[in-house]
Ligand binder design. Structure first.
Ligand code: GTR
Length: 414
């Protein structure tokens, strides 16, 4: 009897969490106090204190309670498969396999790179993609991956496999030629090549090589970020790429991954979060749009099991997403929102950058150069934390890229 009762409670909780309407009313945002970035009453707020004590402490909290960990004892080797001149000689396309191995088992991750031909050592944007490297451009030379992929009627992706039909279906998100003309390279990996995005108990992708006992706090987000770091390992040893100017970029869930990549690997020189929302740039305590309970219910594999403790209890979090933004300091950070993307809470995305600014100030740098959320289509790139909110919906557009490039030109390139 008691069993049935518990089952009933469990089902009821699940259904009511799902049914809970998202809040889009600013007046209903609860009052909240953000956990301080520096310990209260601590006099030693110096760069040294931040770097040697406080940052590691906060990082550990974020890792244990939210983002979890990626694999730790796998080997990576690089196989350069193909190098070709493309776009009438204006660019070089490289395909590299990141071959991950352990105990005789291997797993391949496909890395696609475009570099401007007229540069000897190019700064570069690295971003994961949702459906396959071949979807970012109509270039017929891009290889098609063999990993599991979510079905999508519109892209003619059926039976969880990518085919020729989906070549170039996501070109609007990746203005490759424009990026190259601006003097940057662009590299991408299909995120499912690292870890397929479903709740599979971490059996597939690179996790097939990981021992069970090492999966205790494994998450998909930390594993995607880990994959970005393996690409960076490659960039560091390719002389045609400036390994000290690699920008981690991502949209939506992959924006969350880019933020975590920048937090967990300080070799990334700059980070761009596009519409990353809940679990990304947006402050959790605002409970505006997507909430912690909702994200943990629908995507249980993204975050640590510990993060579920904070379902409907955001006020108990020992940090908030400004802490994540502060992990990027003193490096340039760009946060982008879209006005129709209320699910991702544009204001909450702005505020985490705003509140992270005090760490930039320790370095005598301006973080967010304004204390008010900039007006629509009016980017602010003055400080080391840039921000814009554009018109339109949840997407990664040419407009967004134009701002990322302008921001990188100002804060990274010179
Ligand atoms: C949504 C999710 C968001 C965001 C988005 C995406 O369903 O609620 O947090 O990550 O997916 O990645 O497109």
């Amino acid at each position: 009897m008691q069993r049935f009762y518990l089952l009933f409670i469990a089902i009821f909780t699940l259904v009511s969490t799902h049914a809970q309407e998202a809040n889009y009313d600013e007046n209903l945002v609860p009052d909240f106090v953000l956990p301080p970035l520096f310990q209260v009453g601590n006099e030693k707020t110096t760069v040294d204190y931040w770097e040697s004590e406080r940052r590691p402490q906060l990082f550990e909290m974020l890792e244990n309670e939210m983002f979890g960990t990626g694999p730790s004892d796998l080997q990576t080797s690089f196989i350069l498969n193909k190098v070709e001149r493309v776009f009438e000689g204006k660019a070089l396309r490289k395909e590299v396999t990141l071959q991950i191995s352990k105990g005789g088992k291997t797993h391949d991750i496909g890395l696609l790179i475009y570099l401007p031909s007229d540069k000897s050592s190019a700064p570069l944007f690295l971003g994961l993609n949702f459906y396959g490297n071949h979807t970012i451009h109509s270039d017929p030379g891009i290889s098609i991956h063999h990993s599991w992929v979510a079905n999508k009627e519109e892209f003619e992706i059926h039976a969880n496999r990518a085919t020729e039909e989906s070549r170039g279906v996501r070109v609007h998100r990746w203005p490759v030629e424009m990026i190259l003309e601006a003097g940057y390279g662009l590299a991408t990996i299909y995120y499912g090549d690292i870890d397929p995005d479903f709740d599979d108990g971490f059996e597939n992708g690179v996790h097939a090589l990981v021992d069970e006992e090492d999966k205790v706090n494994t998450t998909s987000l930390a594993t995607w970020a880990w994959g970005m770091s393996r690409a960076l390992d490659y960039f560091e040893q390719d002389p045609s790429i400036d390994g000290e100017k690699v920008i981690a970029i991502g949209h939506s869930r992959l924006g969350k991954a880019a933020l975590w990549a920048g937090a967990s690997d300080q070799r990334f020189a700059m980070v761009v979060s596009n519409d990353s929302g809940c679990g990304g740039a947006a402050l959790s305590r605002r409970r505006f749009g997507e909430t912690v309970a909702r994200i943990n219910t629908v995507f249980p594999h993204w975050f640590s099991p510990n993060f579920k403790k904070y379902n409907d209890k955001e006020e108990d979090l020992p940090f908030d997403q400004h802490t994540l933004a502060a992990m990027i300091a003193p490096r340039p950070l760009y946060i982008a929102s879209a006005d129709e993307d209320q699910w991702a809470d544009p204001k909450g995305e702005f505020l985490s950058g705003y509140y992270a600014s005090e760490v930039y100030e320790l370095y005598d740098l301006t973080g967010m150069a304004t204390d008010e959320q900039p007006a629509i289509n009016t980017p602010n790139i003055e400080g080391k934390i840039g921000y814009h909110i554009r018109t339109g919906g949840h997407d990664l557009t040419q407009y967004d890229w134009e701002q990322f490039i302008a921001f990188a030109d100002k804060h990274l390139k010179e």
